[in-house]
Ligand binder design. Structure first.
Ligand SMILES: O=C(O)CCC(=O)C(=O)O
Ligand SMILES: [Fe+2]
Length: 366
């Protein structure tokens, strides 16, 4: 899988679809369609014809114990092949000591920005959906899907917790140079669900407590999902998560147990369900030279996007990833709630450099 896995979509259709995505990125969908006429429609029909009536059983993602750093880099990281590094973090203090209850007790007063990805996604993936502020205590008391805490910036708020990770292990396995290294914690109840999306950053994802099931689809299969051209922190399909087409697309599957670390490469499509109450964290970094080998079209699109530009996403991600959709929603007028605006003001000032170093420091998201 990864670069080596073309999926079931014939190469020629994949190539034609990539060119169409590039045209959409440069021109916008409407202008592209004005120029290309019914090309999109015809290509879509050809793409759908390649799908079986029902996808075969999902292929399991490899689970490997005691994989050396060099083998990880050569066989999985570089070719963009996902792998579960079984029990790799089991001895880290986070896996030995952290519990959801402890977070509730210790950091219950923290304000958290919730970003509800589930239910009415008839229009496809939307990462500014239902942004809301609550306290960590409140969210962790309810632990339902509407209170799924994604992207909690634990280490920005409580840096002493970083000592509970094996940073050296992670740094040795990530790219150098890498940009925008950032962490987020995910705390959610059983049944919590994140629909299909992908992103430019690579991710070493540490399962601390509970369990998650991931389904993955290689980027070569993107034409089935008809991805959106907009990009904030991630890109999603333009088709609803309830569309029966998902039952026809072959995919991969894995379950993460406490102590497991998943390598999720750049641009790998993924959807995640908590099969138990779950506490986990993602360590991400952006390595454009690597992302470029995995998907030239998406890397070029993401690096040249203007709303917001990638350097601003990278800067905000270091503070709190969910500030990106929040600031975009405020700028477009979709969010007017004073509490959300105050939250953005408070945290973006930490993320933005001083005005003297950048003339447009007022405009965190252009
Ligand atoms: O665990 C989840 O719900 C989503 C995780 C995810 O999408 C990621 O780490 O990239
Ligand atoms: Fe993700």
């Amino acid at each position: 899988m990864g670069i080596a896995d073309p999926g079931i979509l014939p190469r020629k259709l994949g190539y034609q679809f990539s060119m169409l995505q590039l045209a959409d990125h440069v021109l916008g969908r409407d202008s592209a369609d004005r120029i290309l006429g019914s090309y999109r429609q015809r290509l879509r029909e050809q793409v759908l014809e390649t799908l079986p009536e029902r996808a075969p059983e999902p292929t399991p993602v490899e689970r490997v114990r005691d994989l050396s750093r060099d083998d990880f880099i050569r066989h999985y990281r570089e070719p963009g092949i996902p792998v579960v590094l079984e029990g790799a973090a089991a001895d880290w203090p986070c896996c030995k000591r952290w519990t959801i209850e402890d977070f509730k007790q210790s950091y219950g007063d923290d304000e958290v920005l919730l970003n509800d990805h589930d239910d009415d996604q008839e229009e496809g993936f939307n990462d500014d959906l239902k942004l809301r502020i609550t306290t960590l205590r409140e969210a962790l008391t309810l632990l339902d899907n509407e209170n799924y805490v994604r992207f909690y910036p634990l280490f920005q708020r409580h840096p002493e917790r970083l000592a509970d990770m094996d940073m050296q292990w992670l740094l040795e396995r990530s790219h150098r140079p890498a940009f925008a290294q950032h962490w987020q914690v995910f705390i959610g109840g059983k049944g919590g669900h994140t629909p299909y999306h992908h992103a430019a950053a690579g991710n070493l994802f540490v399962q601390v407590q509970g369990a998650k099931q991931w389904q993955l689809m290689p980027v070569a299969q993107s034409a089935y999902l008809d991805p959106q051209t907009r990009y904030g922190i991630s890109r999603g399909p333009s088709i609803s998560m309830h569309n029966p087409i998902y039952e026809r697309i072959p995919h991969y599957e894995l379950t993460l147990e406490p102590g497991d670390v998943l390598w999720n490469p750049p641009y790998m499509w993924h959807t995640v369900t908590n099969t138990e109450d779950s506490l986990a964290l993602g360590y991400r970094w952006l390595a454009p030279q690597h992302a470029m080998r995995i998907s030239p079209v998406y890397t070029i699109s993401d690096l040249t996007q203007m709303h917001p530009p990638m350097w601003q996403v990278a800067k905000l991600a270091k503070e709190e990833l969910a500030l990106v959709p929040l600031l975009l929603a405020i700028r477009s007028g979709k969010v007017t709630d004073p509490q959300l605006i105050a939250y953005a003001e408070k945290h973006r000032t930490k993320a933005a450099p001083p005005a003297a170093t950048r003339p447009d420091a007022e405009q965190v998201v252009a």
